[in-house]
Design a protein around this ligand. Sequence first.
Ligand SMILES: NC(=O)C1=CN([C@@H]2O[C@H](COP(=O)(O)OP(=O)(O)OC[C@H]3O[C@@H](n4cnc5c(N)ncnc54)[C@H](OP(=O)(O)O)[C@@H]3O)[C@@H](O)[C@H]2O)C=CC1
Ligand SMILES: O=C(O)[C@@H]1CCC=N1
Length: 272
Amino acid sequence: MSKITFIGGGNMASAIIGGLISRGTPAGDVHVVDPDAAKLAELATRYGVHGGSPDEALPASDVLVLAVKPQQLKAVARQLAPALGDALVISIAAGIRADSLSRWLGGHARVVRVMPNTPALVQAGLSGAYAGDAVGEDDRALATRVLGAVGEVVWVDDEAEIDGITAISGSGPAYVFYFMEALQAAARAQGFNPDTARKLAYHTFSGAVKLALDSEDDAGTLRAKVTSKGGTTERAINAFETSQLRATIIAAAAAAAARSRELGEELGRDAD
Ligand SMILES: NC(=O)C1=CN([C@@H]2O[C@H](COP(=O)(O)OP(=O)(O)OC[C@H]3O[C@@H](n4cnc5c(N)ncnc54)[C@H](OP(=O)(O)O)[C@@H]3O)[C@@H](O)[C@H]2O)C=CC1
Ligand SMILES: O=C(O)[C@@H]1CCC=N1
């Protein structure tokens, strides 16, 4: 495996690092740069990875993963540019387009834009990936190896699709957790204690997902098999439909995709 340096050791970087280490990447091959010493200490304790400065880490890196907030990326990229060398740069920042980043890195061509998600921590991630024509097959294969260690990788030819992937699988775990929270609250409202409410909600979710993944039926058919005519489920689904829950979910994802495009426009300008 290649030497990988993460710039930013926050939530998403921790998830990818945790996934890489549990899949056998040697801890000595992973460096993390983050201004927060407490975060670095926690990553070192949990996964054995090294913290350090960009000056130490960059010259020895084959792959650089930029995992700072989109609002921080321009300044970070400009600062890294002089010491970058020939590393493959993978940006996971929402919204920021590959050509903006390449420009901030002083015209660095080996840039891949990726949208991962936090289930990477348990090797169940999904990453959308895009690279321009200047990025060769070897670099695409290298990016696939890094992200593929923590889940599925889906390459797109049109960068605009990364905004859609951000809205579905990038932000999506939060939608799922929102539904799980709501189902727990519903269980509490039925009088169950917190432990039982959690068990009922989580186990129902994981059981339904396992059933869907293992089944040849689509989700609509599986739903119909639960929904007896004149029964209890029908009453609940009718309540969802009356409150236009499906349309709300579709509109929410469209809002997330629009925000991704907006971030690319707003933060991609070179004016400041
Ligand atoms: N969380 C998620 O589910 C997903 C996030 N992403 C993307 O990943 C990126 C990171 O998100 P997330 O992990 O949630 O954010 P976090 O805020 O948790 O992590 C970003 C980290 O970068 C650090 N940082 C800031 N400036 C620098 C610098 N100059 N050098 C090194 N590190 C620096 C921050 O420190 P400090 O807090 O002190 O500023 C922070 O620890 C974002 O661009 C986001 O769009 C993509 C997919 C999913
Ligand atoms: O909320 C965000 O902006 C980031 C990108 C996708 C998930 N988290």
